[in-house]
Design a protein around this ligand. Structure first.
Ligand code: SF4
Ligand code: SF4
Length: 482
């Protein structure tokens, strides 16, 4: 093999993944450069040569190398993988309150099996203590904002006195300290007209559980008497739209509901104006533990069709772990800094660990209210959670989706593998297929040849300082790229 006639040998400067598409077509993806293109075997071979410290063999290699430089894949210096750094002492400015384990529904797939067992309710005093903590942190950190989230384990509106008193307290605190407050609720939207009025008037937004077509929703989201709940939910959505109230929809897709997903999404898009719609296959835990898996190829196919329908209405449909363009070594706040309070005063880092009886409480509960009116934290547990990052997981090292997936839900990984070595889950296929779709869509949106996201602050079409833009060209000349 001859070397190219250059003063300096080209150096591969990106972590590269090659994803086969079809005969002689490969998606070449450099996640940390936020760059991708579709190439043929010649490009793949050139990249392999570069990885092994050799240069290519002539032909169009010079033009290809020039193209790769513009994408920062060659000769761009070291990459910086995302690594979040956390303070030793938790200093959250956002509190999530699991107000109760009581629920007015008995959804067939409920992860919390809410409504079973003794219901626990958070006291106003405990909720206020949580609010006061994040307010004090916001002041100490010099921030102008704090956040209060009312969440599940049950239906938060079932602890109405604590919900309303806590928000009133938070508003007073915001006013007293000149801070901005945002307050959200995750809800099943089955509440009274008076509660609906209050939510619209007092909160900044809601995440509503709704499975789409009324008959699909009512097949699973039922009252203790077995009656469907769609009428209440759709009434709430109509009101939210009428008031321009911000909300998103969270769809849970059972195996039986997969064929209806496109129609369900279209129904929501045609009739309502949610800020976002997220669809997730039902998680086999709680009351859905023994249901047929929805983490299947059928889900992927139905999601793709549903996404196309959503786009016709100008809506985006999301799946939580497919997020090409995002760079993180964490999936969610559970391994970062979620400060969530259980009704009994434990501090949880996970939305699915909302009480002390959870089998995974010893992992995710990392603190508790102390006797002095404050909080005590288990620093070893916090450090352990912070270490659960995708870059420390051997199984994920060869996965092209790793820097956007972030290792997916740690709670689900534990449910599948226990404390053992992570070896992938059925969700991984969904994550990779939908992430691949997103990368290809980004290439298409960027003109069909390549995708390369500019560093922050650089507008599309503008030159930036990186090597790839140094010549200011925008299209490759090489016929290698098909
Ligand atoms: S670990 Fe999973 S269940 Fe827990 S907060 Fe994160 S995404 Fe939710
Ligand atoms: S192997 Fe699975 S969990 Fe790991 S990065 Fe890939 S998709 Fe995510």
């Amino acid at each position: 093999m001859r070397t190219l006639d250059t003063e300096k040998l080209p150096v591969l400067s990106a972590e590269i993944f090659v994803i086969p598409l079809e005969a002689n077509r490969f998606l070449i993806y450099a996640p940390l450069r936020r760059a991708a293109f579709v190439g043929n075997a010649g490009v793949v071979n050139l990249l392999a040569d570069l990885r092994e410290g050799r240069t290519g063999g002539g032909g169009n290699d010079g033009e290809t190398l020039e193209f790769l430089r513009r994408l920062e894949i060659v000769d761009a210096g070291p990459e910086t993988p995302p690594r979040e750094v956390f303070a030793d002492e938790p200093e959250p400015t956002s509190v999530t309150l699991f107000l109760t384990t009581a629920c007015n529904l008995r959804c067939a797939y409920c992860y919390a099996a809410a409504g079973e067992g003794r219901a626990r309710r958070m006291s106003v005093e405990l909720a206020r203590r949580g609010v006061d903590f994040v307010v004090a942190n916001a002041i100490r950190r010099g921030e102008d904002h704090f956040e209060v989230n009312f969440h599940g384990g049950g239906e938060p509106t079932r602890n109405w006195p604590t919900l309303t008193a806590t928000l009133a307290h938070a508003r007073r605190q915001a006013e007293a300290h000149g801070l901005n407050l945002t307050a959200y609720i995750a809800t099943n939207a089955v509440f009274s007209a008076r509660q609906l009025d209050w939510i619209v008037a007092h909160l900044d937004g809601a995440s509503v559980s709704c499975d789409g077509l009324p008959e699909v929703h009512d097949a699973n989201r039922v009252t203790p008497a077995g009656k469907g709940s769609s009428a209440s939910v759709l009434r709430a959505l109509r009101r939210f739209d009428a008031e321009n109230f911000a909300y998103g929809i969270r769809m849970t897709v059972t195996a039986a509901a997969i064929p209806h997903l496109p129609d369900s999404v279209e129904y929501l898009c045609a009739n309502f104006r949610p800020g976002q719609i997220q669809a997730e296959p039902a998680y086999p835990i709680g009351r859905g533990a023994f249901a047929p898996s929805a983490e299947t190829e059928d889900f992927i196919a139905a999601f793709r069709e549903a996404l196309g329908r959503a786009r016709k209405y100008g809506h985006e449909l999301t799946f939580s772990a497919a997020r090409a363009g995002t760079l993180s070594n964490h999936f969610c706040a559970a391994t970062q800094d979620l400060f969530a309070l259980t009704p009994d005063g434990s501090v949880s880092s996970c939305y699915e660990v909302f009480d002390e009886s959870s089998p995974r409480a010893p992992i995710f509960l990392y603190g508790a209210a102390d006797d002095a009116g404050g909080w005590r934290f288990d620093r070893e547990r916090i450090a352990f959670l912070h270490r659960q990052t995708v870059d420390r997981r051997a199984w994920c090292a060869g996965c092209f989706a790793r820097w956007s997936c972030g290792g997916d839900c740690y709670h689900k990984a534990l449910a599948v593998h226990g404390g053992g070595e992570f070896a992938g889950t059925d969700r991984c296929d969904i994550i990779r297929e939908l992430t691949k779709d997103q990368i290809l869509a980004r290439i298409a949106e960027a003109g069909g040849v390549f995708w390369h996201e500019m560093p922050e602050g650089i507008a599309a079409g503008e030159k930036c300082a990186c090597v790839s833009c140094a010549d200011g060209k925008t299209t490759p000349r090489a016929p290698l790229f098909v």
